[in-house]
Write a protein that binds this ligand. Sequence first.
Ligand code: CA
Length: 743
Amino acid sequence: MNKSFPIFTVGAIVVAVLIYFFYNSKESQGGVIEDEISSPITSSSSVGLIDDKRIIEAEGEPENWIAHGRTYEEQRFSPLTKINKESVSDLGLAWYKDMGTNRALEATPIVVDGIMFFTSTWSRVYAVEAKTGKTLWSFDPEVPGEWARKACCDIVNRGVAVYQGKVFFASLDGRLFSLNAETGEKIWEVDTITDRTRAYTITGAPRVAKGKVYIGNGGAEYGVRGYVTAYDTETGEQVWRFFTVPGDPSLGFEDPAMEMAAKTWKGTNWWEFGGGGTVWNSIVYDPDFNNIYLGVGNGSPWTREIRSPGGGDNLFLASIVAVDADTGKYKWHYQTTPEDNWDYTAVQDMALADMEVDGEKKKVLLQAPKNGFFYVIDRSNGKVLRAHPFAAVTWATHVDLETGRPVENPEVDYSENGSFVLPGPLGAHNWQAMSVDLDAGLVYIPAQENAFFYAIDENYKKTGIYKRNPGRWNMGIEMSSLAQNVLSNLESMPEPGGFLKAFDPLTGETKWSVPIPHYWNGGVLGTAGGLVFQGDALGIFSAYDKETGERLWEFNTYTSMLAPPISFEIDGEQYVSILTGSGGGDLFGGEPLPPIEIQASLTYNNFGRLLVFKLGGQKELPIPDVRDKTIPEQVLADASNDQIRNGESNYNQYCAVCHGFVVKSAGGLPDLRKMTTDTHDLFNKIVLEGILGSNGMAGFADVLSEDDVDNIHHYVRARAHEDREVSLGNMEAPQFTWYGVED
Ligand code: CA
């Protein structure tokens, strides 16, 4: 057995559960990681001098990457040119840092005067010398492992903000921190969560401006009410809070915007379950208008007829909302998907730009949200100027620019019969950053086409009652028979795939498009050197010619990527860096049909690393062994079809989001088909009692009975048995029709 492999990737070998414990506890343990030697930053760093003016003028310091999207405009386009079309063939690895995790890394590092600040899993923060990788300090907020159960999309974090000598970040369990940028020592910590009985999580990077730090949260599917809070950067005191969806009207409204929003919700109890509308990713400061733009997510549940019976737009779900940066007062909104029915969040990165539109200079906001339309919005008033599709879209035919509203396509209405719809809930574009190239008039988008079979929850259809459950995903979608629904509608299933697209937001034309066999790929960086960088699911970090999309350079990282690359310069040398490790929201998409085994994280593993490249870099990455995909022979206990189906239903409600649909892990978390005998023996203790809670596998005794867990176990074994039979050539493809002993 190769020691560098986490235990759960190894197949039929009987491995002591103790080792499993050891591996995972290392992953989640608090405190400074053993091999990290912390030393304060002593260089003549200007970290302490970052303020609004400097970020506004960030174009003047191309060597640094001082804000999340490099500047307040968040265009993620580097003006550096030393790495260019001619020189890129000489690009090589300068150094790498193992982050000791096999879960997804999503952060955009901040680089100031050669010091890099970034986050890893479990909301840990690192400051490293960007030239050498030497760790200067690290900080672990010691997130309770059990909080992972509240996270829809893994224990990820998308980064820090650096401002006036402080590093700001938020932890998965909803705390916001201010650290001394030089030493990593904590200055203050605040709890941003209004109700800790609800499943709030934070994975997004805070933004800073006007002496305030702005942070939202996630958890819509689990039943929370979205909001964004501004805190004083010096003291941590709350300055304002803006809710994105209305609360209980009988209690009065926080502000006139909530009163307006409440008129667009129907039914009697949306507020009891929170309503959703979380701002889990994009928050952008606009110095031109003193606005903060909030990218607002989906409602809970996804299906509108359950969420808001009788209709209504459900403001501010799936919207971009402009509020005053100083007061948090509502200014305008644009709703990308009124009456959202598909999980079409508008939380994707927003970029600001000055563009000529129809012969007029406009200050615009650019966003490619999940719903597949690319929006160009006038920042002065929120009016939509363009909304061209940038990927395959079937839910709507177009956006009417007069009304600003999409025109839905009745052919894929799923209120009666289920239907494949494009985009699916992962979106035509998700949080993986795009890059805006104003010179070329193009945006480079990590787009995807990944349909989903939407059908209304069968139990609700039968009874008219939807039981909301705070312990699980609440989608209103039929999940227990999803595999069967997909199988019986295979002929209408669009093929999934990914694309790197150079897209003109004004004309809607695609200048070029690079197909990528897997849909779930990394963020994008454009550079003035004529290059577009992206890491993909196949583990290849590439530089493309920004004129043609031709691949000019590639580097095999052996790990799927999601994070966006950045570029910076130290002592006259340009660097490009990227974090590796996939997962995130795609944990749910274990890709049952067709099986896509091309992901590097499935072929090898998920190696959480920070990679830094420069011209002439000579460092080599160790080449990992290919993973053993053998599925051990299963001990099939006597179980009826009904028991297995009950197990499947509960698996889909509680387990699939992390361990993968149809029990196929996407790579980051244990693949339950490969459980050892010891783990099988401890199955109920793990699932009910939560004996692995500190590692992130919390107990589920509050929502599952002993029988439920037995049935989940039967289902897991039945699935493992099927896949083993397929791998041995005894079965052509999984049948998903259980063969247990009839009662
Ligand atoms: Ca969602």
